[in-house]
Design a protein around this ligand. Structure first.
Ligand SMILES: Nc1ccn([C@@H]2O[C@H](COP(=O)(O)OP(=O)(O)OP(=O)(O)O)[C@@H](O)[C@H]2O)c(=O)n1
Ligand SMILES: C[C@](O)(CO)[C@H](O)COP(=O)(O)O
Length: 263
């Protein structure tokens, strides 16, 4: 059973519920904000600089997502979360992006800390019924087609959801000798992508709950916190072009998609 709007509302703290009914958060006027966690160090990439600033298809990786959101008519504003010590962002943001993008120097120890801190930082601007699209800076291949697909699929959804890809490979569970010990049934399995899109109050409440239960560090995406409330985020088909650039070999594939025809 898909949780009802009532279940989603019940999941929001009382104070947040009052704000969800504020005029500015009515479905007709809900804002759509991009929140881009970009405070990582890219350890698995093994690069000399944080991977979000590596050049891909002629520009820093982070710029691809920022420009995509800025160009999209249904995204009202972007907030990019960087480390307080970040020495890169100010030099790379072109003037044309400054009107659509706010830098938040509130990055934390983990991706979820950075997202939580980013939500806290925009509390005064975001109405509780506004949509927040949390998108990894490490996914430069996001395009307007995927954004529209997500917005259209979730426009009237009581919970929210995320881009994801159905798993098509057979999955093996390896032992400590890198030998396959069993096969994980792939039916019904999806590989989560981003954006992960939820109403501000629900997402803030879910991450706050995870933090209070000391479970924030254990989760690796935003939808996990929503699931912990007993809600079921909608899975919306993403695309291979929306891969996360994690390992060195991912960069060439990402460049292929960025330079090639839109898939
Ligand atoms: N403390 C952190 C860690 C990650 N991120 C962001 O979350 C996204 C996904 O994280 P990941 O791909 O793991 O990036 P890194 O943490 O930089 O990579 P690694 O784990 O290899 O260090 C990235 O855009 C990254 O910048 C963040 O904002 N704050
Ligand atoms: C959010 C995410 O991109 C969904 O697949 C993924 O969980 C991020 O993981 P990371 O280890 O922080 O890159």
């Amino acid at each position: 059973m898909v949780p009802s709007q009532a279940a989603a509302r019940r999941a929001v703290s009382g104070a947040g519920l009052a704000r969800m009914n504020a005029p500015s958060s009515s479905p007709a006027t809900s804002q759509h904000y991009a929140l881009i966690p970009a405070a990582g160090v890219g350890a698995r990439m093994g690069a000399q600089i944080p991977k979000q600033y590596m050049t891909l298809a002629g520009k820093p990786m982070l710029l691809h997502a920022l420009e995509t959101f800025a160009a999209h008519p249904r995204i009202d504003h972007s907030f990019v979360v960087v480390s307080p010590e970040d020495g890169w962002i100010d030099a790379l943001l072109p003037p044309a992006l400054l009107a659509h993008t706010t830098v938040l120097r509130v990055g934390g120890a983990t991706r979820q800390d950075s997202v939580f801190n980013g939500l806290q930082a925009i509390r005064a601007q975001a109405a509780d019924g506004d949509w927040v699209l949390v998108h990894d800076a490490a996914r430069p291949g996001l395009d307007g087609v995927l954004i529209d697909r997500l917005l259209d699929a979730l426009a009237n959804d009581a919970v929210g959801g995320l881009l994801a890809l159905p798993v098509v490979d057979t999955l093996k569970r390896g032992d400590d000798q890198s030998r396959s010990q069993d096969t994980v049934p792939r039916a019904g399995l999806w590989a989560a992508q981003t954006p992960q899109m939820f109403r501000y109050a629900l997402l803030q409440h879910a991450l706050e709950q995870a933090r209070q239960q000391d479970r924030l560090a254990a989760i690796t995406d935003d939808a996990s916190a929503i699931e912990m409330l007993g809600l079921r985020p909608r899975l919306v088909e993403g695309s291979p072009r929306n891969l996360k650039v994690t390992l060195a070999q991912d960069a060439a594939l990402a460049e292929f998609f960025l330079k090639g025809p839109h898939a």
